[in-house]
Design a protein around this ligand. Sequence first.
Ligand code: NI
Length: 195
Amino acid sequence: MKLPIVAYGDPVLRQAAEEIDENYPNLSALIDNMFETMYAANGVGLAAPQVGLPIRLFVVDASPFGEDEDEVSRDPSTKDFKRVFINPIMVEETGEKWAFSEGCLSIPHINEDVVRPERVVINYLDQQFEEQEEILTGLAARVVQHEYDHIEGKLFIDKLGPLKKAMLKSKLDSISKGQVDVSYKMSFPQLKKKR
Ligand code: NI
């Protein structure tokens, strides 16, 4: 089942999300639904707050980056990089900082260069609640950094300079009011209030 994606402006995107345990209701159905929602919207990652749930859970499938026709932009770190991250902890972020144009399903039609360190160590529970620790680089690290920010209540636009932010303000206001054309179902905070 596809879930509506929460749009920019909804307070759930600004909450620090809570850990969950194995008894979280209908967790495997939720994970299936998050993958279905992400694929339908052509995303490579989706965090639980983006479907309205302030819990420390996100899913990623960055394999589209690994299948890029263009050899230069093809990134081997993303090959078969499909994962479920439960209660993740970012252990370390190191290496050279690099810029990559990021977007977000909650902030449609905005893409901006974001600078992040190239390598991460992340500790998490997989869907079987087995503890995992992975070292990631390249776009795999990038997707995880973006999704991890979501469960900390952060968005990629927070990392932009003040001038860029000022330039995006009216676009962001329009998104929160539902004045945006998207191919997937969204939930808009300002429309919700009126109902
Ligand atoms: Ni996002």
